[in-house]
Design a protein around this ligand. Structure first.
Ligand SMILES: [Zn+2]
Length: 55
């Protein structure tokens, strides 16, 4: 499941949200895990699925 990193513009708290692609495409309202504000900005997407395998 992809993880999305957000940073809150109000309190600078960084947090990670786990959403499926479907959930993310529904553009959910992400709230800051610290101050519950919705003034958050997405940082990067980190995919937990590993693309490289050790042989
Ligand atoms: Zn905040």
């Amino acid at each position: 499941m992809p993880a999305y990193e957000y940073v809150c513009k109000d309190c600078n708290h960084e947090f990670t949200v786990f959403l499926s692609i479907k959930e993310f495409e529904a553009k959910p309202k992400i709230k800051c895990a610290h101050c519950q504000g919705d003034n958050v900005r997405k940082k990067i997407s980190v995919f937990t699925a590993k693309t490289s395998k050790k042989s």
